[in-house]
Design a protein around this ligand. Structure first.
Ligand code: ACO
Length: 276
């Protein structure tokens, strides 16, 4: 018996052959992110990490938007109206799913951007491993347009993918840009026509599903932590992480790959996966 997925009010999950399609699901509000949505997303991501129906997460939005950013009513006004401690908690719960949980998630993640993507939505977009957008989607760091800074961790997040000139240009002007420009800026892997968006995302998810999941997790973590380190630490860490991967990989991919290439001569690692 499959466990029910929590949420259901502001987040919708659909399973399809190893892919969990996670929809920010407030289409009437263009999937603006409220405190309630943060709580549900935290629960949903925790549940999916341990759910065998999920090998890859695709994060997207229901209806016309990926997300119109933080909810001015359901996040900002709502958290202004409560005690300091409750406000702190609302910010912590939001940062948790948008940044920490997604960035270091146990399973691979793809953001699939449809429609609008504003402000706070850049954080989960950037913290997913990979991203594909509709080339006609609309992006914007619109914070400046209503008198706030790109807070939460948006300014930090954009600095990891965008150059300073481009990042500051959009931070300071609030100018919107399309999916094709998002690709040029390095915010997404690909920008495709709307009618290809879901199929192309599914194709990419399937490629990931064919990999050894342990090695895939270790490789993602290794990259994300090593980029924060100097060369000496990174070299030591990556060597140790490689040894740890051999230790935790029950599938023994490294050994299988070597045998199939060197002894059995049944595959070429440069050209594809070993037989699992
Ligand atoms: N916060 C709260 N409510 C929102 C938000 C938001 N970020 N975005 C949209 N909504 C609500 C609207 O108030 C409206 O509600 P209503 O039907 O109860 O009046 C509903 O969603 C639909 O929005 P419209 O503006 O009518 O939709 P439209 O398709 O014309 O425009 C757009 C979409 C361009 C996304 C517009 O809603 C908008 O500019 N939203 C704000 C975008 C933004 O700047 N977000 C904040 C970024 S800053 C940050 O995240 C920290």
């Amino acid at each position: 018996q499959d466990k029910p997925i929590p949420g259901g009010n502001t987040v919708l999950v659909e399973f399809e052959d190893g892919i969990a399609w996670v929809h920010l699901n407030r289409p009437d509000k263009r999937n603006a992110m409220s405190i309630e949505l943060a709580r549900e997303m935290n629960q949903v991501l925790d549940a999916l990490e341990l759910d065998d129906r999920c090998g890859v997460i695709v994060l997207t939005g229901s209806g016309e938007a990926f997300s119109a950013g933080m909810d001015l009513q359901g996040f900002f006004r709502a958290s202004d109206a409560v005690s300091d401690v409750e406000r702190h908690r609302a910010y912590r719960e939001t940062r948790a799913w948008q940044w920490r949980t997604l960035m270091y998630y146990a399973k691979p993640t793809i953001a699939m951007v449809n429609g609008w993507c504003f402000g706070g939505a850049f954080t989960p977009l950037i913290c997913c491993d990979l991203a594909i957008t509709d080339q006609a989607a609309t992006f914007g760091l619109s914070e400046i347009n209503w008198g706030i800074i790109p807070g939460g961790v948006v300014s930090k997040a954009i600095s990891t993918l965008m150059g300073d000139r481009e990042a500051l240009y959009y931070v300071m002007t609030g100018e919107k840009f399309d999916g094709a420009r998002a690709k040029e800026l390095g915010l997404v892997n690909e920008a495709v026509p709307a009618e290809r968006l879901k199929d192309r995302t599914r194709e990419l998810a399937k490629v990931l599903l064919e990999k050894n999941p342990t090695t895939l997790r270790q490789a993602r973590m290794a990259y994300k932590y090593a980029r924060e380190m100097n060369w000496e630490l990174a070299a030591e860490y990556l060597t140790a992480k490689g040894d740890q991967t051999t230790f935790v990989d029950k599938e023994k991919g490294r050994e299988k790959g070597m045998v199939q290439f060197l002894d059995e001569k049944t595959y070429k690692p440069g050209l594809g996966n070993y037989k699992r």
